[in-house]
Design a protein around this ligand. Sequence first.
Ligand code: FUL
Length: 489
Amino acid sequence: MRNPTSGQQYLLIIPLLAIGCASRMDDISPTAVVPTPQQIAYQEMELIGFIHFSVNTFTDQEWGNGAESPDTFNPTALDARQWAEVARDVGMKQLIVTAKHHDGFCLWPSAHTEHSVKYSSWKNGQGDVVGELATACREYGLKLGLYLSPWDRNHAEYGRAGYLTYYRNQLEELLTQYGEIAEIWFDGANGGSGYYGGANETRLIDRETYYEWPETWAMVKRLQPDILIFSDAGPDIRWIGNERGRAGETNWSTINRSGIVVGAADPAYLNSGNPDGSDWVVGECDVSIRPGWFYHARQDSRVKTPQALLDIYYQSVGRNGTLLLNIPPTEEGLLHETDIQSLREFRSILDETFRTNLASGKRATASNSRANHRKFSPRNLLDDDTDTYWATDDGTKTATVEIDLGDTTEFDRIMLQEPIRFGQRIARFTVEAQQAGQWVEIAKGTTIGYKRLLRIQPVKTDMVRIIILDALDLPALASFGLYKASSRE
Ligand code: FUL
């Protein structure tokens, strides 16, 4: 007999087990629609860079018509490491490059066309921008995403079945030759006219059926199981409905994907999402640091200021979206100094504003804490840990959390976060501050989601409360912050 257990030992173990079970509390039940781990990680990145680079950079156009000679593409000092270094320094976690824009020119040496870097004199046809960027991203710890324009104004078969085979062959190259691809960007633009192998005509396609998106999406996932697919209809990431980088004040991460036609979606629907939606599709807010997506020297004086970028940040990341900020390389193949300066200052201001959470570690009490258990205590909002959270009992849709700041504190920025792994729940809230013994409303909003930032006039108080006025299910919050903005904002 091995290890005989005496009766005495049992007597000791059983009560210990009972105590262990009582203190282990289940998490709240997730709502019907929740994000995948990849979608959560994607939102936590917050800021992503977009690189628009193609023949357009050299022809000074926004949309090349497809007749451009590959020789047009000839950057004199291309350095993808410079792009990655700047991106990393300013807090971007991923770069997405236009592997192919509407002009059809390929930044990688595709085996399926002669309209690529392989046929340009850049590096005697030996260059590969996608490859160089993939290497640079790995070096600087960034994820890589690719934009492969479905509309191709160069290809002779565009508009016919043959093009779809070509498009999928290209996808296969890109998704098998460059390591892990975190995001693929399917643009909705389909303008009609183009070179099309010399035909020079207008070709209209049926947006609903031509690209056979469900099959293409399945192929993409087969080749890169963890990839996130962007389009008007997701399936993982959705366009936010404008190119100004602004999410709706109300922004649900849920929509109904079915019925959305890529390239013909309702921008207002994409902008605010749908609380009754059956699919979790995060909103991505794309915008360029310049008026155009491609570099144009004439726009050197129109680079967005750090303050304009901050404004966009508050309306994208601060409204439950991610910010996809375009920084187009010049003809040299380098990011422009003006853009870099603006980005660096933007990051420095952001860091200064959010360096100190004035509510961190303060005392919090709630009208309802689930099962009165510390796992759901309102103190979890102020512990600088987004894994812990406060939640209420089943059936509760309204609640109040009061925060005692101890001393009179001045702040003008408020941050709230939901634990979105359990779904997005909160539909309406206010924040109040005590002023001369009275509660006064200082901010209000609808959705929160991954992150909500509110800019308000400076408030001085020692007591703040969050009032949840409506929620789809019992409310839960992961984090709450109060900040005093940098004077440079
Ligand atoms: C649009 C395109 O037509 C623009 O050129 C740019 O690429 C933007 C991000 O998407 O649909």
